[in-house]
Design a protein around this ligand. Structure first.
Ligand SMILES: C[S@@+](CC[C@H](N)C(=O)[O-])C[C@H]1O[C@@H](n2cnc3c(N)ncnc32)[C@H](O)[C@@H]1O
Length: 218
């Protein structure tokens, strides 16, 4: 994975990720441990950076998705639902959800096909490095069969207040354009004022995950 910015690097390092290579822009510094550190001229740094406003440090590290069973065990042990992304396409949303999940205390994230790569530079940046605090697994619907869960949906659902989402084995968030891809999943919705179509998926995730946290006494 490519990491950019001092905060992302520090978060990754504090989550136990080994930084294989840190590249500093000439004149910048960043106090993180790395296997190797190099300094790049300002021009070369700008060329390799993937951000519009580079912050003077980037790194390459190894991050690995875990097996679904590992993510499930982590969620079960913590008494949290698995947070499942069903085709969430925007890496900014994937990263924002990972950041909120880590902040709320959810231990594990599962990405279904069609979801943006949670380890892409944009997702990692949007997560502010918190993606590394989660057990992340890639899975398909058949592999999740048998898990009792809820899919978040803007309509055609039971309202959050009457739904035991905190006891669910998984909480699924749908894609920005098409919503949930499973027609059989029980649905939960966050109430909205009349005329409003839907919430942004990362905003919906934040409300749901903090409701789970609140009901668990956090
Ligand atoms: C932008 S919405 C998708 C809207 C899409 N037109 C649809 O058909 O559902 C993206 C995702 O955010 C979540 N979401 C948005 N508004 C929600 C609400 N009021 N309650 C629960 N989840 C919501 C759902 O998971 C949804 O699939």
């Amino acid at each position: 994975v490519l990491l950019e910015g001092p905060r992302v690097l520090r978060e990754a390092a504090s989550a136990g990720i080994t930084l294989d290579l840190v590249a500093l822009r000439e004149g910048d510094s960043c106090a993180v441990d790395a296997v190797r550190t190099v300094t790049l001229s300002r021009g070369i740094f700008r060329a390799v950076s993937q951000t519009d406003s580079p912050q003077g440090v980037l790194a390459i590290a190894r991050a690995q998705a875990v097996a679904l069973g590992v993510a499930r065990s982590a969620a079960t042990a913590a008494g949290w639902p698995l947070v499942v992304l069903d085709g969430v396409q925007d890496p900014g949303n994937v990263g924002a959800i990972a950041r909120t999940a880590a902040a709320a205390g959810a231990p594990a994230l599962v990405v279904l096909p069609g979801t943006a790569d949670p380890f892409s530079p944009k997702s990692v940046r949007a997560s502010a490095g918190n993606i590394f605090r989660l057990k992340v697994a890639r899975a398909t619907w058949p592999e999740l069969e048998g898990l009792a869960g809820y899919g978040a949906a803007a309509e055609g659902a039971i309202e959050l207040a009457g739904t035991p989402v905190h006891e669910a084995e998984m909480l699924v968030l749908g894609s920005e354009a098409h919503g949930l891809s499973s027609p059989t999943l029980r649905r939960v919705s966050i109430p909205m004022a009349a005329g409003v179509d839907s919430l942004n998926v990362a905003a919906a995730a934040a409300i749901l995950l903090y409701e789970v946290r609140r009901r668990r006494g956090g």
